[in-house]
Design a binder for this molecule. Structure first.
Ligand code: NDP
Length: 520
């Protein structure tokens, strides 16, 4: 296997031809780069050798905190091209002309593993995008699955702890994972996606992406529609089997990184067909599922996919750390014509993502070149660590003022949300639907998965659940089996039998549509 990227070899050659002088970080040319000043050839070192300090100090600080989730990732630049006119739904300038192209940055990732972990782990994959639009950077920070494990952000930290390391053994723990999932039946839909072969995609080029949350489109008349974004791989879906994914860990830990960078280097640019589902505000009030629940999809039959454009990745970053490790995506970053929804997980992420970036990269993370908006940025935020632009120069640093001509333009006012019909009315009419964690997983099993997909799903689940250990093993397995039965009796039977569990013990005692409370 070729472990040296052609582009890196090429870059090195170019660099060598340029014949530059070696300098300190402050630009002063120097000669002694390998020998530290010392007293005699064998002697102790001199404190005054600043070159030594600078080299050691810089090295000591090379690593920034890794992302607490999505630490292992790969990315590339490319273009988004509009192929269909959807201006009746949104005034976002990025979509205002068929054929219009916008520069985009994509970062794909695993979720639970550390920065050095294997790319082929069974895990959802992050699918984070930054569109450098003329009216600001728009970030869409989704996954390769249309749903998620939880629907309330207050649960996020607890959930992620179960995907990380056991505090005592410092090892990954199937017991923690299944204990948590079995106590949170809302996770079932995503657990089934994760345990299907889509949980081990063949690199990043062969998977779909989803904005996952419901967002809103706002058009020129200031009317709101709810929207979901879909990115369908033009390379075709391709997954590893469980055994292939496990084997690849020992062959190439960086399979997905290598696959992406090599494809782009050889000009085989990956593409995704971008589509949206649109729901009116009226339809949202009566849809059979809560359209703002991240554990549910909108059926394609009810809300067909509408073409929007094509995304192509065609440029590897010249430097991984500069462009990918320092990339900071946040669903808070929307633009005129695209806005939020009441989705509780989205609302939580609006706060937590910029907060995480301020911790990891500093308060001025949006000035790092890869995150910086290439168009005008005008505001009164000043100072802070690593303020690397001109900090507003001598312009006023308060608003309003009598000296500059920066206006808060009323053209960007958004329509109000009708909270009474959206929220209060919602619960009155659809209380039972809110707690239906099983219908869509059941449809997924019965109507979407083929015969072989079903077999693989059951085998993958059995393999993963076999790792549950300790005194609570039987309790956790039985509780999780109840959820499988509630999704589909036949599915529950398959898993129970493969695990060697007495089916009588595991069958749910309630009607399938009744809510299973966390401690049931
Ligand atoms: P459809 O039959 O119209 O859509 C099912 C969708 O499932 C397909 O379009 C495809 O979407 C996706 N799919 C196909 N094979 C697999 C697989 N092996 N693993 C995961 N997803 C697959 O039905 P509905 O829209 O009514 O949805 C039925 C069920 O399908 C849902 O309950 C959900 O579990 C699942 N699903 C629905 C999606 C949606 O947004 N409506 C998206 C993905 C899955 P794609 O090409 O986007 O993967």
């Amino acid at each position: 296997m070729n472990h040296i990227y052609p582009s890196l070899t090429h870059a090195k050659t170019n660099y060598m031809n340029e014949n530059k002088k070696l300098t300190t970080a402050s630009g002063s040319p120097f000669y002694y780069n390998e020998d530290t000043q010392s007293i005699g050839q064998r002697g102790p070192l001199l404190l005054q050798d600043y070159i030594l300090h600078e080299k050691m100090a810089s090295f000591n600080r090379e690593r920034i905190p890794e992302r607490v989730v999505h630490a292992k990732g790969s990315g590339a630049f490319g273009t988004f091209t509009v192929t269909n006119d959807i201006s009746k739904y949104t005034k976002a300038k990025i979509f205002n002309q068929v054929g219009k192209q916008t520069k985009v940055l994509a970062r794909f990732s695993t979720v639970g593993g550390e920065k050095g972990s294997a790319d082929t782990e069974r895990d959802p994959r992050g699918f984070a995008l930054k569109f450098y639009t003329e009216e600001g950077n728009w970030d869409l920070v989704g996954n390769n699955t249309p749903v998620f494990f939880i629907k309330d952000p207050k649960k996020f930290g607890d959930f992620i702890h179960t995907q990380k390391r056991d505090p005592y053994t410092n090892c990954k723990s199937p017991t923690m994972m299944w204990d948590y999932w079995s106590l949170n039946p809302e996770s079932l839909h995503q657990v089934m996606f994760l345990m299907s072969d889509r949980g081990t995609p063949y690199g990043y080029r062969h998977m779909n992406g989803y904005g996952s949350h419901t967002f809103s489109f706002i058009n020129a008349q200031n009317e709101r529609h709810w929207v979901k974004f879909h990115f369908k791989t033009a390379q075709g879906i391709k997954n590893f089997s469980n055994d292939e994914a496990a084997h690849m860990k020992s062959v190439d830990m960086d399979f997905s990184q290598r696959d992406l960078v090599e494809a782009i280097d050889r000009g085989d640019f990956p593409k995704w067909n971008v589509k949206v589902q649109i729901m009116t505000e009226e339809e949202a009030k009566t849809y059979k599922y809560n359209p703002f629940d991240l554990t549910k999809v909108w059926s394609h039959k009810d809300f067909p996919l509408i073409d929007l454009g094509v995304m192509e990745l065609n440029e590897n970053p010249k430097n991984y750390f500069a462009s990918i490790e320092q990339a900071a995506f946040a669903p808070a970053h929307v633009i005129d014509g695209i806005s939020y929804s009441p989705d509780k997980m989205l609302q939580g992420r609006i706060l937590s993502y910029p907060d995480a970036h301020r911790h990891r990269l500093g308060t001025n993370y949006e000035q790092i070149p890869v995150n910086r908006c290439p168009y005008a940025v005008n505001n009164y935020q000043r100072d802070g660590q690593m303020r690397v632009d001109d900090n507003g120069g001598s312009n006023p640093n308060y608003f309003p003022n009598s000296f500059d001509n920066i206006v808060a333009d009323e053209a960007y006012k958004q329509p109000d949300w009708q909270m009474d019909s959206l929220i209060a009315g919602w619960f009155d009419r659809n209380a039972e639907g809110e707690n239906d964690h099983f219908s869509q997983p059941g449809i997924f099993y019965r109507e979407v998965l083929g015969t072989q997909d079903k077999k693989n799903l059951v085998n993958n689940i059995v393999g993963a659940m076999s790792g549950i250990s300790g005194p609570k093993r039987a309790e956790i397995i039985n509780r999780q089996l109840c959820h499988f039965f509630r999704a589909d009796i036949g599915f529950g039977m398959e898993v129970a039998q493969a695990l060697g569990v007495n089916v009588e013990d595991a069958m749910p005692k309630q009607h399938p549509t009744q809510e299973v409370t966390a401690k049931a």
